[in-house]
Design a protein around this ligand. Structure first.
Ligand code: SAH
Length: 383
């Protein structure tokens, strides 16, 4: 089976910070600043230091949409802040929120200061809410089944734009979200510095940050090996997921062009080294595609690949996208695949992807909107 993935990423195209720069915007976002920088900004606005703490509280514990809401700050201070920086609504202007009643999943589409669009998804499960955050506008890695990469990578998000997505989600929820996953649009390790900075800000105690535990913040990579190596040395308790999707180079090449650059022979040793160095277990994401990677042969190969070191496998039945011809396997096939892994000592879970009705696959809402903006016909399937 060939999925028409012709794109091959050449080595020069995948440095760690790979996205082209965005269009210049007039002002930085208030969410680009760390606490020291907020103190400096407060002083530059002619205010006393304690005002900076009040400002931080509005940002990270009250999730204010605009400087205008910060009523215990002097009016002149609010006006000076607005002259110098973008607030939440200016950093991420709400465009559309799509909800799905059955699962409670909500997808937020926001416009960035330079006019680009970004998606953030809220996923409730039991008493927890996970926020799926984007790290780039589009994606340069072109995985065959993923809607994010269809038009390539426009630019990386700034650190403030990444943090602001979580603040936006918190504002919508009326409280701090429980978990963060960098599984929205983009490749976090292709925007390494900004994503890591943003994760640290989400982790910083209130009111300097959002106070979300490091173990509740998950990075997900398609297999950018230099990023995995760098991440191994960060000394943080963030979680790592690796999108594997196939147990052999032959199959993985056909789904993920990144495998032509960092194939399993370099990816798996990097994952083992990460586990050894950090003592932390990687979750391997494995999207099941009918008749392609969901058979007993692939299950056996996956066991052979992963058995030498402790890990977890998260099986996801393919979420159909219009541009990919692969099909979702039956539940029975997915369960058989999971059971084989479990019997052979691999800790595996099977997740039903939630929120199909709200275009839950990465990039679908943004793509539908861009098509609509461009006046193109939006088909029923990719709407
Ligand atoms: N670039 C990162 C994070 C974004 S994608 C990465 O590749 O890990 C988040 C996860 O969703 C990845 O595991 C990705 O492979 C998966 N995914 C994307 N489109 C999908 C689809 N149509 N069905 C199932 N999983 C999908």
């Amino acid at each position: 089976m060939v999925f028409g993935v012709e794109t091959m990423i050449s080595p020069e195209e995948v440095p760690l910070e790979m996205a082209p720069p965005g269009k210049p915007v007039a002002k930085p976002s208030i969410f680009d600043l760390d606490s020291d920088e907020r103190v400096k900004l407060t002083e530059a606005c002619g205010e006393k230091g304690f005002r900076s703490r009040q400002l931080s509280e509005w940002l990270f514990t009250r999730y204010a949409g605009g400087f205008g809401e910060m009523l215990n700050l002097p009016k002149a201070f609010r006006a000076r802040l607005a002259e110098r920086c973008l607030d939440l609504d200016g950093t991420l202007t709400p465009v559309e929120t799509a909800g799905e009643a059955s699962s409670g999943t909500r997808k937020i589409l926001s416009r960035l200061a330079d006019g680009e669009l970004v998606e953030t998804v809220l996923i409730p499960a039991k008493d927890r809410v996970t926020v799926c955050v984007s790290s780039q506008v589009g994606c340069g890695f072109h995985c065959a089944f993923c809607a994010s990469g269809l038009n390539g990578c426009v630019r990386s998000l700034t650190r403030g734009e990444i943090v602001a997505q979580v603040v936006r989600a918190a504002r919508l929820l009326g409280r701090r979200p429980d978990r963060i996953v960098f599984m929205g649009i983009g490749e976090p390790f292709a925007n390494y510095d900004n994503t890591l900075w943003a994760a640290r800000r989400m982790n910083a105690p209130e009111p300097d940050g959002l106070g979300i535990g490091a173990r509740h913040i998950t990075f997900s990579t398609c297999g950018v090996v230099p990023g995995i190596k760098r991440f191994s040395g960060e000394g943080m308790q963030f979680e790592l997921s690796v999108s594997l999707h196939a147990p052999t180079n032959e199959l993985r090449d056909r789904l993920m062009p990144v495998n032509k650059h960092w194939n399993l022979d370099v990816l798996i040793p990097a994952c083992r080294a990460y586990t050894k160095q950090t003592g932390r277990i990687i979750t391997f994401e494995y999207t099941l595609v009918a008749g392609f990677n969901d058979g007993p042969e692939q299950a056996r190969e996956l066991v052979r690949l992963l058995r030498p070191f402790p890990s977890r496998v998260n099986l996801i039945p393919l979420n159909p996208v219009a541009e990919f011809s692969g099909k979702t396997p039956s539940i029975r096939t997915c369960e058989r695949f999971r059971d084989f892994l479990m019997r052979n000592g691999i800790n595996a879970t099977l997740r039903q992807s939630r929120g199909r009705g709200v275009n839950a696959s990465c990039g679908q809402l943004r793509r539908a909107r861009s098509l609509a903006d461009a006046g193109e016909r939006v088909t029923e399937q990719n709407r």
